[in-house]
Design a protein around this ligand. Structure first.
Ligand SMILES: [Zn+2]
Ligand SMILES: [Zn+2]
Ligand SMILES: [Zn+2]
Length: 301
């Protein structure tokens, strides 16, 4: 219970709302999400149109990392309200829809070093000012604004900071991954157990012990040791059941080794992983997955 209280206190401190009191009105921003720009215009084009055609004071526009339709995050000065931005129905000649950007921060921020994702009480880093980014406390600072995380022209607590946006995107990606994983319909259980059938065939092919692998020999030694034990801990039925399971497992592993060319499979997985790691965007990852589904025939596993 005490731990919970401390946790709450730390989270409370980390909301950093007090930092905004050291910022002038110009430093404050509002953020909106715009949907419908499926032809993916450059963020700068959106910023230009909002400024020139709609008199919106745009601070920056970011492409949000989403799996399906592209979303843009529009950061404006604080004098634009959702009701006014919502009146903009078209951008780049396309009908658009606006959403409020949730103001609650998805991740906690350290009050000491201004880093994201760890609590102040856990921090052992150099103290950084939330206003100017230098090595002193935030309170009382009157210096020019430089983000402690990216040196950009905003407070370290700003949700327009690239470091913050990147961290939130990473969290969202993880959530999307786990979310979509649940959407997969599991394949029905096959009527015939392929491994079982293959195992039976193999057993017919192996009449003697000559082909028995090291792991099978070990399991047999295990069997001997178990049966010779003068004070068996478990009934012999249980012990032999265990041994049967182990030897069955060994057989399955051996069959797997014979059925699959492991070095080819490893080569495929290595190339595939390298290709995936070279991707910077989700679209590229999808392309790589499709490419490797096609390429899998080139590997002889
Ligand atoms: Zn810290
Ligand atoms: Zn400062
Ligand atoms: Zn920043």
């Amino acid at each position: 219970m005490n731990e919970y209280k401390t946790y709450k206190e730390v989270l409370g401190e980390d909301s950093l709302t007090q930092w905004h009191t050291y910022a002038t009105a110009d430093d404050k921003t509002h953020a909106f999400v715009v949907k419908g720009l499926d032809h993916k215009p450059e963020p700068q084009e959106i910023a230009d149109e909002l400024q020139k055609d709609h008199n919106i004071k745009v601070k920056s526009v970011h492409v949000m990392n989403t799996r399906f339709r592209p979303l843009y995050l529009v950061i404006t000065t604080a004098d634009h309200k959702f009701s006014t931005i919502q009146k903009i129905k078209y951008l780049k000649n396309v009908e658009v829809f606006w959403e409020r950007r949730k103001q609650t921060k998805t991740i906690i921020q350290c009050k000491r070093c201004c880093g994201w994702g760890h609590a102040t009480s856990q921090c052992h880093r150099q103290q950084k000012c939330g206003r100017c980014g230098e090595d002193h406390q935030t309170i009382g600072c009157k210096k020019d604004i430089h983000c402690a995380n990216c040196a950009g022209n905003h407070l370290a607590s700003s949700t327009q900071c690239q470091v913050y946006i990147y961290k939130v995107q990473k969290i969202q990606e993880k959530q999307q991954k786990s979310g979509t994983a649940k959407n997969y319909v599991p394949a029905p259980t096959p009527k015939v157990n392929v491994w079982e059938t293959r195992r039976q065939n193999r057993l017919r092919e192996w009449p003697s012990d000559n082909n028995v692998s090291v792991s099978s020999v070990n399991s047999q030694n295990e069997y001997i040791r178990e049966t010779q034990d003068p004070t068996p801990r478990q009934s012999s039925n249980y012990a032999s059941g265990q041994v049967n399971q182990v030897s069955e497992l060994c057989t399955v592993i051996n069959n797997f080794k014979k059925a699959i060319n492991i070095s080819e499979l490893t080569r495929f997985l290595r190339d595939y992983t390298v290709a995936l790691n070279n991707c910077t965007h989700n679209n590229e990852k999808v392309a790589v997955v499709l490419q490797y589904i096609e390429k899998s025939d080139e590997y002889k596993f």
